[in-house]
Design a protein around this ligand. Structure first.
Ligand code: NOJ
Length: 732
């Protein structure tokens, strides 16, 4: 439909029809078993069901076709219904959780993964996904850190851009693609105390320099939607925040698409103490520029009245409705309301998608420890390996957001091991339950009958298997219901029952390779003491077992790097490498009294951002700069030579960090400004160069402007956020 026809359609619609385009209702209004991803809000009456412009949480080619047919028939202008779904890290083929994808430092691989997800979701009738989540996360207590790509704005930007490009492709009309939604605008990851939905206090410079960056970069790629966040920012809920939505999002970032609220966030402004009632909430959200009200009922209940009374102008309403109609048009829904759906086929996992997911899993694994080269396995043909622990043979390798992934498509670690090793050489023992008795999860309390007895039995079986083995692959971690939405935790320890298993295993004196399955950083200092190797596997998705075994068996060398700091203790949170120096920084060595430090713990992470080991070794030459001074229109090049000095092929992630030594506002001690994944054969050497441009040196100055300031800068080209020797250059 061309622009004129679309405007004509708008003019022809009744006020009620227009309002309803801005209303999104849960899919459970159409299908009883739809995924409910928030607190349910009442029932939509028949009128709302007939006219609501979009729904969420349902998928499946046959049923969506049926719903659409019925809906169009009954809609006065036969405008198609839009189906949205949280395809966060996979639809049928489930990739590692976003935090794991961050660990790949491979935006190309992430983009290709988003293409797979878009293709599968579209074949199941989905038009838009609520992804990427571009929230910066510095607090491991926040369960949704699993849905982010980590603590760094530059890495997050690259990954959010890759996801938008992968989901949307070049043309939204293509039935292989779906609309992307950048969320949660803004600073949802900065909730106080790491508690979900909690309020956020941020200075404008921290907001702009750190928290807004990844959204901003992703928005440059024209995502069809942006979602508001649940939190307040400096006292004003994001969903009613005109400064954020009008000034920053629309005016400064130039966002032209549809702004949707998060689930019930419009109505929640009443609880925040910002709106008096549902009508006031609808008014405030509209005034802030929120186009679609996801499920709160405020727009369906009160928008018509607000327009009739003149509190909201019809012009403002029309602009919002036009944005929604434009999105439907961009998706090609007016030409084909069943775009992408193939009821005969639906979404299916293909060999190609499996292969790619397996590669992404292998790239995402981070080797934290490898004492005496405990890994790879395969010490000899007769090596006996016991796979022990609640994650050793479970299909629970997806996250709480991967609700469309299926067990039958999921490969467990032990299943994958069985494909590689003779059955006489491997054994499985569950070892213990996944959780401590009566653990609280997002879905309620997890109670196991006869928990004590069950665990005694599991433990004795595990001890038997361990005695038989040469190597124990101990598969521990946090259940997928313990990260994701509404899963904040004040402890970052593994469940006690799992720690007991580890301690009993260590008493056998056997080599212990510990795999950690998790959606968040955990406290691993005690685990490190009792393990010969530690491999972080995240929540790896349907190809989890295969990808993990590719690395354990030595077919591929591990190459993932931490996208987030792993602390010594939860007391360090929020923790991130790109902090500001204090006036009394703790010296690297020597006396540290009266400096900025903890008496009982290091300041920095146990395992820092950017860190990860390989089976091979890489040697870095001294880094060099093409010149020592640059003007603002020049480019400077920082280079380093990296050589694989081990005897196995491997990928290394070469990282570029910058520091503005003095500024009108203090600058972080280091900031990631570039990275490259480099593949090297044994003995091979490559030179890696990064261009440094003036625009990379800009920040929110004391003058409240986004610009660089002349002066001295440090550069590191190195292997992690704590590695390397700084070089210096000057911006004139
Ligand atoms: C609430 C979550 O915060 C958001 O990320 C998600 O997209 C919506 N529910 C829809 O499921």
């Amino acid at each position: 439909m061309d622009k004129k026809a679309l405007e004509a359609l708008l003019q022809d619609m009744s006020l009620e029809e227009k309002v309803m385009q801005l209303v999104q209702i849960p899919g459970s209004e159409y299908e009883a078993d739809a995924e409910i991803t928030g607190v349910t809000r009442g029932q939509a009456d028949d009128k709302v069901k007939r006219l609501a412009g979009s729904t969420l949480g349902v998928w499946g080619s046959k049923r969506l076709k049926k719903i659409q047919q019925q809906y169009i028939k009954e809609h006065p202008h036969h405008i198609p219904l839009m189906f949205m779904l949280d395809v966060i890290h996979g639809h049928k083929t489930v990739f590692p959780c976003p935090l794991g994808q961050g660990a790949t430092f491979d935006p190309e691989g992430v983009k290709k993964g988003a293409e797979v997800q878009a293709r599968e979701a579209s074949a199941d009738g989905v038009h838009a996904t609520f992804s990427p989540m571009a929230d910066l996360c510095r607090d491991a207590r926040w369960g949704r850190i699993m849905e982010s790509t980590g603590e760094d704005k530059f890495l997050n930007s690259r990954m959010a851009v890759a996801m938008v490009e992968g989901y949307q492709g070049d043309d939204l009309k293509s039935p292989e693609h779906v609309a992307a939604c950048v969320k949660h605008f803004a600073a949802y990851g900065a909730g106080e105390g790491g508690r979900d939905y909690n309020n956020t206090e941020l200075s404008e410079h921290t907001l702009r320099e750190h928290y807004l960056r990844a959204y901003c970069e992703a928005i440059k790629k024209n995502p069809a939607m942006v979602m508001t966040s649940f939190n307040t920012i400096n006292g004003i809920p994001a969903t009613g925040n005109t400064f954020l939505m009008k000034k920053i999002l629309r005016e400064e970032f130039g966002f032209k698409g549809v702004l949707i609220s998060d689930w019930a966030a419009v109505g929640e402004m009443i609880n925040h103490g910002f709106a008096e009632d549902q009508k006031d909430a609808a008014l405030k959200a509209m005034m802030a520029g929120v186009d679609i009200d996801m499920t709160s009922g405020c727009y369906s209940g009160y928008l018509e009245e607000l327009v009739k009374s003149g509190e909201i102008s019809e012009k403002m309403l029309d602009e919002a409705v036009l944005r929604v109609l434009n999105m439907k048009n961009d998706l090609g829904l007016f030409d084909d309301p069943f775009r992408g759906i193939d009821p005969e086929v639906g979404a299916a996992v293909t060999e190609e998608s499996r292969k790619h997911a397996r590669k992404v899993v292998a790239e995402s694994l981070v080797l934290l420890e490898n004492k005496n080269k405990a890994l790879p396995l395969n010490k000899s043909d007769s090596e006996k390996i016991a796979f022990i622990g609640p994650f050793a043979n479970t299909k629970r390798l997806q996250s709480s957001w991967a609700f469309s992934g299926e067990d039958e498509n999921t490969v467990t670690v032990f299943e994958a091991a069985s494909e590689i090793y003779e059955s006489g050489n491997i054994k499985f023992a569950e070892g213990c339950t996944m959780m401590d008795q009566d653990s609280v999860t997002a879905r309620g309390i997890c109670h196991v009958d006869n928990w004590q007895e069950k665990n005694e039995k599991l433990l004795s079986e595990a001890v038997e298997a361990a005695k038989w083995a040469d190597t124990i692959v101990l598969c521990l971690g946090e259940d997928s219901t313990q990260s994701g939405e509404a899963t904040s935790k004040a402890s970052l320890k593994l469940p006690e029952v799992q720690l007991r298993l580890l301690s009993e295993m260590s008493k056998t004196g056997k080599r212990i390779v510990t795999l950690i399955f998790t959606g968040r950083p955990l406290e691993l200092a005690d685990v490190a003491k009792l393990s010969d190797a530690i491999l972080v596997c995240w929540l790896p998705g349907t190809e989890g077992g295969n990808g993990v075994m590719d690395v354990l068996s030595g077919m591929t060398s591990p190459s993932g790097r931490l996208p987030v700091s792993f602390p010594y203790t939860v007391g360090q949170e929020p923790l991130h490498y790109d902090m500001y120096s204090t006036g009394r920084p703790k010296p690297a060595s020597g006396p540290s009294e009266y400096t900025s430090r903890y008496l009982d713990c290091e300041n920095g992470a146990l395992y820092p951002f950017g860190y990860g080991l390989s089976y091979t070794n890489f040697e870095y030459s001294e880094a060099s700069l093409s010149k020592e001074k640059m003007t603002s229109d020049e480019t400077l090049t920082a280079s380093v030579k990296v050589r694989n000095i081990g005897d196995m092929k491997g990928d290394v992630i070469v990282q570029l960090y910058l520091r503005d030594i003095t500024g009108s506002r203090v600058r972080p001690v280091r900031e990631l400004a570039g990275f490259e994944r480099v593949s090297l054969n044994p003995g091979e050497e490559k030179e890696i160069s990064f261009a440094i441009k003036e625009e990379m040196l800009r920040f929110w100055t004391a003058e409240e402007k986004w610009e660089s300031e002349p002066g001295k800068f440090n550069v590191w080209v190195c292997d992690s956020s704590v590695d390397g020797t700084p070089l210096e250059f000057c911006l004139e």
